[in-house]
Design a protein around this ligand. Structure first.
Ligand code: HEC
Length: 243
């Protein structure tokens, strides 16, 4: 009890609180018995109990993932399924891709998939960033409309362009291709980066008048009937005859 430190606040104003003391004494030094306040202990024990409840609810490994993120993903998938039931399973062919370039609702969908997955490399409006500009007429891996979904699915440039077939479903890939064609020819701000090495191709079957399945380059002004003689038996489809 006779401990005398120089700056002892108790000594200075002469007041010793009459709080209870613990019953031990070290070299005459005693300790007040001031337990943590009840609310503090309640928080402490409460958080321990809560962690157990939380773990059982979210992490028990038995029930499906109950996290908000998982619920969101499930809702998103369900919503997509519902929306896609309207259009069925799209084929990644030219006709389908071109068809959806004229459907604003699905273009908006393609755009949102692009915004989520592609802008980091290709820029907000496909103007190019680390990945090439996708709005111009210079392509490296694409010379036909159908090459676009192939590249998106399988990647290119030794994975510099990642493959998306495990992350996106077929419909998303087709609608991405339609979206890209819908911005083809626009000149978004920030475009004008130097083309990447090897970007020398042009999409040959973009022109809708080339709807004949012959796959020849559509020459502006070329008479569809011009070389019909050589083609008629190869492509007896109705499209050619009605043109
Ligand atoms: C990690 C960066 C990165 C991401 C993310 C990315 N790309 Fe690419 N993309 C590239 C690179 C780099 C190339 C050029 C590949 C090459 O050199 O052959 C490319 C090429 C392409 C091409 C072919 C261009 C051409 O001229 O041949 C298309 C189409 C394309 N990307 C679409 C997409 C779409 C759609 C997405 C989103 C689903 C996407 N990319 C996401 C980096 C990326």
């Amino acid at each position: 009890m006779s401990s005398n430190t120089q700056q002892d606040p108790i000594k200075e104003d002469g007041h010793i609180p009459d709080d209870p003391l613990t019953d031990h004494s070290y070299d005459g030094i005693r300790e007040f018995d001031n337990p943590m306040p009840g609310w503090w202990k309640a928080l402490f024990w409460g958080s321990i109990v809560w962690s157990a409840v939380y773990w059982l609810y979210y992490e028990n490994g038995l029930t499906p993932d109950r996290s908000v993120i998982a619920a969101y993903d499930r809702a998103l998938a369900a919503n997509m399924e519902k929306q896609f039931s309207e259009i069925g399973e799209l084929k990644p062919d030219r006709a389908t891709i071109l068809k959806f370039t004229k459907e604003p609702k699905w273009l908006a969908f393609g755009k949102s998939v692009f915004q989520t997955n592609c802008v980091s490399c290709h820029g907000n409006n496909a103007e190019g960033k680390i990945g090439p500009n996708l709005t111009d007429d210079k392509w490296k891996n694409v010379s036909k409309v159908e090459d676009i979904p192939k590249i998106i699915a399988n990647g290119a440039g030794g994975n510099a362009m990642p493959a998306w077939k495990d992350k996106l479903n077929e419909n998303e890939i087709v609608l991405l291709a339609s979206y890209l064609l819908s911005v083809h020819g626009t000149v978004p701000p920030g475009s004008g980066l130097a083309p990447i090495k090897g970007e020398t191709k042009v999409i040959s079957d973009l022109d809708e008048s080339a709807d004949a399945p012959a796959g020849e380059e559509p020459q502006p002004g070329a008479e569809p009937g011009k070389d019909e003689t050589t083609k008629t038996d190869a492509a007896p489809q109705s499209g050619e005859a009605s043109k």
